[in-house]
Design a protein around this ligand. Structure first.
Ligand code: UDX
Length: 452
């Protein structure tokens, strides 16, 4: 293919897997690459309409119509359908661009789509996987993939280079249970299958946050930390950026949330959300609801539309003076709001990074997948939260929820967490601003594309 093109003619394609926690960071990364002058095309696979398009017009959009997983469709079937539709469409799309004045130079693909590497290779385009989970979590999986961490585990703790000693409950949930979600487990393992063929492996993290583990993995693979991928207006107050990521898969009433928060005192509200996928059992939902009420704090709670039926009857009415329950909210704006003093979170990687980058301490209530490991780091490594203790039958009781909230909102330990959170916010800002570690990595990537 043709080399040595100018920066504006160097074309990068980006394709996320269609779940919110993968779309957000890859969309934001696309915008960041575009801000460096590259031509960037984001490929969506879920239905979008005009109002859901990113407000910024800096990136080009392409659509491959796959849609979301159907209600009756198994994940295995969906993944197969996804690959069957996306593979030939990618070949067609790249072929089309290669016959134009903007040939594709690199395809940045979601790390769970490692098969995309085989496609781009045949078309003489570079491939670069993008990992949407933390470097620590991905490194644990890498050790499994390399046979250095044996499953089933042989003891109650594991020792992994560059990480603290981890107990079984600190490991990603799949390590303790590889059979309940065979399709997901297989996706996770195949993330590493093509890494020896690529020049860049992108991670949505920043090196100061995961210093040792980033260094360790970088000694094995060409990893580049480029995060946190949140709109820069939250980190350096540049106003030429979007307030939101854009491309939301959920409907929200942003104004209602912000107007409600505007009436509250600084640091007085606990924001509660379990992300886009986790589903709490009915008993857990009830304990959480009454725990929030008992904490006596004001709360903004995101309960997705399909989960609402699990709320205790009358809860919304009974707590309407203290709380607001919504089905989705503009999370970045909420976390950046001065009224929010604590984030009760499932510790999805985006939520964790967003809270760290916006200086909000957390109550960590992990559910599954990478969230358990993120919760361990939130509490013990970064010192920005407390992790709830899980009681009998795997349920976190209302009293425990109340105590954890109090500890973060009112306790002396809460003040320390608050200070630590502010320090991480500063470091996140430095990483993405000009000359910071993540910014340098992006600059280096762009320079290498333009020079080669
Ligand atoms: C999960 C994982 O736990 C994550 O680590 C993994 O890589 C993808 O699957 P999810 O459960 O959706 O993702 O959580 P999270 O990673 O926190 O992503 C949720 C995203 O949705 C965040 O960017 C958050 O800002 C946004 N969000 C959430 C909203 O905009 N509004 C809401 O009301 C809730």
């Amino acid at each position: 293919m043709e080399r040595g093109r100018g920066v504006g003619e160097t074309h990068v394609l980006v394709i996320p897997f269609p779940v919110q926690g993968h779309i957000n960071p890859m969309l934001q990364f696309s915008k960041r690459l575009a801000s460096k002058g590259l031509k960037v095309t984001l490929i969506t696979t879920t239905p979008t309409n005009k109002s859901k398009q990113p407000q910024s017009s800096s990136i080009n959009m392409e659509h491959i119509p796959v849609g979301l997983q159907g209600e009756e469709e198994s994940l295995d079937d969906y993944l197969e359908r996804f690959k069957l539709i996306v593979s030939p469409s990618l070949v067609e799309l790249i072929g089309r661009y290669n016959g134009s004045e903007y040939p594709a130079r690199v395809l940045v693909y979601d790390s769970v789509m490692s098969w995309a590497q085989d496609i781009v290779e045949r078309l003489s385009v570079d491939g670069a996987p993008f990992f949407t989970q933390s470097c620590a979590v991905s490194t644990i999986y890498y050790h499994v993939n390399q046979g250095a961490l044996k499953i089933p585990l042989e003891g109650p703790t594991v020792s992994i280079p560059s990480m603290p000693i981890l107990g079984v409950n600190d490991l990603p949930s799949f390590i303790n249970d590889t059979s309940s979600y065979p399709a997901l487990w297989s996706l996770i393992k195949t993330q590493f299958s093509n890494l020896e063929k690529v020049n860049w492996v992108f991670f949505n993290t920043f090196s100061e946050l995961e210093d040792e583990v980033v260094k360790w993995l970088a000694s094995e693979r060409p990893i580049k930390t480029i995060g946190p991928t949140i709109p820069s207006m939250y980190l350096d107050r540049r106003l030429d950026d979007d307030k939101d990521y854009g491309l939301s898969l959920f409907k929200q009433n942003a104004e209602a949330c912000i107007t409600w928060l505007d009436t509250k005192d600084t640091g007085s509200v606990i924001y509660v959300s379990f992300g886009s996928l986790a589903s709490l059992g009915e008993e857990q939902m009830e304990e959480l609801a009454w725990g929030l009420k008992r904490s006596n704090s004001q709360f903004l709670w995101v309960v997705r539309e399909l989960e609402k039926k699990k709320l205790p009857s009358n809860f919304v009415e009974e707590t309407s003076e203290k709380g607001l329950v919504v089905s989705w909210c503009p999370q970045l704006e909420v976390l950046a709001h001065k009224a929010v003093g604590c984030f009760m979170t499932h510790c999805g990687w985006n939520s964790t990074l967003e809270a760290l980058s916006l200086g909000v301490p957390m109550v960590a209530m992990p559910q599954w997948t990478d969230q358990t490991t993120n919760a361990k780091f939130v509490e013990d490594v970064w010192g920005v939260g407390v992790r709830v203790k899980v009681g009998e039958n795997g349920i976190v009781k209302r009293e425990e929820i109340k105590e954890c909230i109090r500890e973060v909102m009112e306790g002396e330990r809460g003040n320390v967490m608050q200070r630590n959170a502010q320090r991480w916010k500063e470091l996140a800002k430095e990483a993405v601003n000009e000359g910071g570690s993540s910014d340098n990595n992006i600059e280096e990537f762009v320079a290498r594309l333009v020079c080669s």
